[in-house]
Design a protein around this ligand. Sequence first.
Ligand SMILES: Cc1cc2nc3c(=O)[nH]c(=O)nc-3n(C[C@H](O)[C@H](O)[C@H](O)COP(=O)(O)OP(=O)(O)OC[C@H]3O[C@@H](n4cnc5c(N)ncnc54)[C@H](O)[C@@H]3O)c2cc1C
Length: 486
Amino acid sequence: MKREKILQNLKKRYDVIVIGGGITGAGVLHEASKMGLSCLLIEQKDFAFGTSSRSAKLVHGGLRYLKNGQIMTTLNSISERERMLNYYKTLVKPIQFLVPVKTKSFRALMKVGLSLYDIMAWRYSHQYYDPQNFSMLIPSMGENFENGGYSFLDAITDDAELVLKVIREGVNEGGMAVNYMQFKEVVREKESVTGIIAKDTISEKIYKINAGVVINATGILADKIHNKVGKSEKLRSLRGSHLIFPNWRFPVSQAISIMHPRDDRPLYILPWKGHTLVGTTDIDHNSPLNEEPAITPDEGEYMLEALNHWFSELDLSKEDVLSTFSGVRSVVDSGKEDPSKESREHAVWKEDGFISVTGGKLTTFSLIAKNVLKEAGLSKKKDFKEKEINIKQDNKAEDNVAHDNVIDPLIEEAKDGMIMSLDDLLLRRTRIGLFSKDGYISKLPELKTKIQKILGWDDKKWDIEEKIYISTWNKAYSSKLLYNKK
Ligand SMILES: Cc1cc2nc3c(=O)[nH]c(=O)nc-3n(C[C@H](O)[C@H](O)[C@H](O)COP(=O)(O)OP(=O)(O)OC[C@H]3O[C@@H](n4cnc5c(N)ncnc54)[C@H](O)[C@@H]3O)c2cc1C
């Protein structure tokens, strides 16, 4: 549905309004719409603008949670992983993980952990390889395998594409979703919340929208917004940063999990869209939350230190990094010294007519959505039969395709509607901006007239958008961020 048409529909009363177009909000829109509830989702920037386009891309059970004794978290995540592998076949794909084993005791621990992991999924996927065979699986790792290693199965996706897919499914079930619409304040009658005031950030127009229930799914901003209505728990913002390498420079064909030699934290190396993705750090994020998060030189050095420990023959350096990106998660602050020890469970806070949800995982978005709707006391108005709706094929402009072919997918994507800026197009609807050293900026002149025609942008609008894109890319995605040591 065109944006103007959606804006005309804001006069009606909705059963549910969802604030926030990340995976959590998308999941709530989809689940509520499946229940036959009228549901509107608003997002202040682009869909998946927040953490949900900046995750490590894994749909996983989380071996780490198992290690911490969080059995239910692992079990729920694994069953969701299995459901998504089955349901989103083109978007969530199985991936084999390889883990080198450092010591004999670690090997024994892995055996128990991976057996449990497989039992929970009702599948047998893990396997032990002796040093010689394991080195054939990761030739670029050299001689680091005196105790061999394990392989096991998990899954990988494009997080932003998943958000879009879930939103489209919600819309297909009768829901509405509009981007560049910012929540401002709640509307109350007596003690209850009965709607919201929102601002269209394109036209600056203000809307009053009525609803039975308002669900706040604004990620790291959820506590700030909740505190306008009631009282939330204290949240802690943790940043995880990533590096993207060209595959020819850092060739991997399976996912690899390594332990950092400095602190034994796990890092992931993933083949993603023809490139190699490395992540993540896990540190307190003290920058303003309304700015796009960005990697620091220290984080880059930390990850390169681990890569050069395990893959010394490759001699990787900052020079080899194509781009970087960072995501910020919210966790309930229990004051733990080590950020990685804070619980990753989602949190829900309730007031009359206003529910907030934050935290959790991309993998468990559907369970989180169901939980929130239950907490909101909403019951279904219709029965829904599960089926995969093939609204749009998910073979997006991939990465290492030739430049001429890249232009075509970009144009196809631009026609899709609801694209308001160049970073919507280059960083989320496609990931083209992540896969070149200059964020595709030098190629923008070739794109200009074609995109202007589709989006109806005159030269002035193009110039503004180009400037914003260049500034965003330099501040939050460029590999130059690895050098700016203060
Ligand atoms: C580094 C990192 C790696 C991760 N890796 C994984 C992984 O591999 N697998 C996994 O399962 N999970 C992973 N996670 C967790 C997962 O990414 C998050 O739990 C999930 O993306 C959070 O989604 P969300 O919708 O709650 O928040 P967000 O995606 O941040 O969405 C919130 C949205 O609300 C919008 N918003 C804010 N204020 C307003 C307003 N006033 N009006 C309208 N809209 C507003 C924002 O613009 C934003 O788009 C990772 C997290 C991090 C930080």
